[in-house]
Ligand binder design. Structure first.
Ligand code: PHE
Length: 470
């Protein structure tokens, strides 16, 4: 089916768009990054401030991005150019979207590396199930140190991590190559409900483990003295990454939305669902970790090193392990598809290439960059020093791409987006796209014109000069 009016491929319905956009937002950012960040930044203070950021910054930027896309009905840069042209502004405003396209390309390359790790853990638990059977916990009779060693031995195996990265990228490519309505949409419509069922089931199961109330205390007890500058910064950045903002993702998906869809309403649904999943992921992961007597602040290793260890003491541990990592893989896939679609739709429009060759070209580029990322997380990191950029001193390709996108490109793109929508674009066009009126419109204009650009400017400043706060 096609979106109304144009002959362009598009979402077949409003709910298809909502599911695909939720699929884009809900991903490793919620399940892997959010609990790790909350754990590393003191729990409650981070979580409460994070929610504030989603409402005050995330929501207006999300609405801004989707409305640019829906108005333009094109790839992200062309949509921005169109709105600029119709507003009598410079067509160079499309830079806000071009920057996003570039970021999406960089993110998809390392995102698939993490997707590959997830594939590995699905396999680890499947083979464990065959070895130990259904009863009891996972990894029976194995030393905790041995279980924790799975993670460094994976990260240290260059050929395996690169192979898994390519496998995850190939699955992503398959859905993008099939197109919007018959690939991306079908995947989201089937996988997102499955994801939600798994998430709720695992959370309820974990809540019987006994450490549930400890988790609720940990995540929601607000201690103002813990809300330091760096914690606030981490929360803002996380909200941004989690809602897929600043990479033209929501502009691209908005470009496939029909005229009859209320964008303000759908933005609220998408942001609520994403935040709900992040919070439930916290409620799902921490009881398992606490019940096993493990620490909450393991950072990125929380999911890949701490959690597998915790499945050892859990009845049906290997089955729960499989289900858990399948759930993470599903969430990651619906996000990596969004990330690959952004540069693919741009390349199609730019060169006139058909979808399949365009998607393959972008995937090929992501393969090369991804292989560098995959290798740079292990001992080969020393071969790829980017020490000439002070901010990234001593980091491998993976961390440089992550830092460059989340600390610089995403905030810059979003600042430009809010200035463009709030100050530059024709107000009547914007108002007709948002459909807001009265008090809600006043609040929206205050947020998009003032609060968002100023708050994001602050994030950018501390991203580049991290020593200036604290
Ligand atoms: N929001 C996704 C996540 O939380 C990541 C992502 C970023 C996806 C940007 C698309 C665009 O994992």
């Amino acid at each position: 089916m096609e979106s109304q009016g144009s002959g362009r491929d598009g979402w077949s319905s409003r709910s298809a768009f909502i599911l695909a956009a939720i699929g884009s937002a809900v991903g490793l950012g919620n399940l892997w990054r959010f609990p790790a960040e909350a754990g590393a930044n003191g729990g409650g203070a981070f979580v409460v401030f994070y929610i504030l950021c989603v409402v005050l910054i995330g929501l207006p930027v999300l609405l801004s991005e989707t409305l640019i896309g829906r108005h333009g009905q094109s790839s992200a840069p062309e949509s921005a150019r169109r709105l600029a042209r119709e507003s009598g502004a410079s067509r160079h405003w499309s830079i806000l979207a071009s920057l996003g396209v570039f970021s999406a390309f960089m993110i998809v390359s390392f995102y698939c590396v993490v997707g590959g790790w997830v594939l590995h853990y699905i396999w680890v638990f499947i083979s464990d199930l065959f070895q130990t059977g259904l009863t009891g916990g996972a990894f029976q009779g194995r030393d905790p140190a041995e279980i924790e060693a799975i993670w460094p031995s994976l990260a240290g195996n260059g050929a395996l991590t690169v192979g898994l990265d390519f496998a995850f990228l190939a699955i992503t490519l398959f859905f993008v190559a099939r197109g919007v309505s018959s690939g991306i949409e079908i995947m989201a419509v089937w996988l997102m409900p499955a994801f939600f069922i798994l998430l709720i089931a695992i959370t309820i199961y974990g809540s019987f483990g006994g450490a549930f109330s400890e988790t609720v205390d940990y995540l929601f007890t607000f201690e103002p003295e813990k809300l330091t500058g760096p914690v606030m910064l981490a929360a803002v950045g996380q909200a941004f990454f989690s809602l897929s903002l600043g990479v033209s993702g929501m502009i691209t998906y908005g470009g496939y939305v029909g005229r009859n869809v209320n964008l303000a309403g759908t933005s609220v649904i998408i942001a609520s669902a994403d935040t709900f999943v992040a919070l439930v992921a916290g409620l799902c992961i921490f009881p398992i970790v606490f019940a096993a007597g493990l620490g909450a602040n393991a950072g990125p290793a929380l999911m890949f090193q701490t959690l597998p260890h915790a499945f050892q003491s859990m009845p049906l541990g290997s089955v729960i392990g499989i289900l858990f990592f399948v759930m993470v893989g599903v969430a990651a896939l619906t996000s990596s598809v969004a990330l690959l679609e952004v540069p693919t739709s741009w390349l199609m429009e730019k060169t006139g290439l058909r979808r399949v060759p365009a998607a393959c070209t972008i995937a090929f580029g992501a393969m090369i960059l991804g292989a560098l990322s995959a290798l740079s997380t292990n001992q080969l990191a020393d071969f790829y020093p980017l020490n000439f950029i002070p901010l990234f001193e001593g980091q491998g390709v993976f961390d440089v791409l992550d830092g460059l996108t989340s600390k610089i490109f995403m905030p810059v793109a979003a600042i430009l987006t809010t200035i463009f929508v709030g100050w530059v674009a024709d107000r009547r066009l914007i108002d007709s796209e948002t459909g807001l009126s009265g008090g809600l419109q006043v609040i929206w204009r205050f947020l998009v014109c003032w609060l968002c650009p100023l708050a994001l400017l602050a994030i950018l400043a501390v991203g580049i000069f991290p020593d200036s706060i604290g």
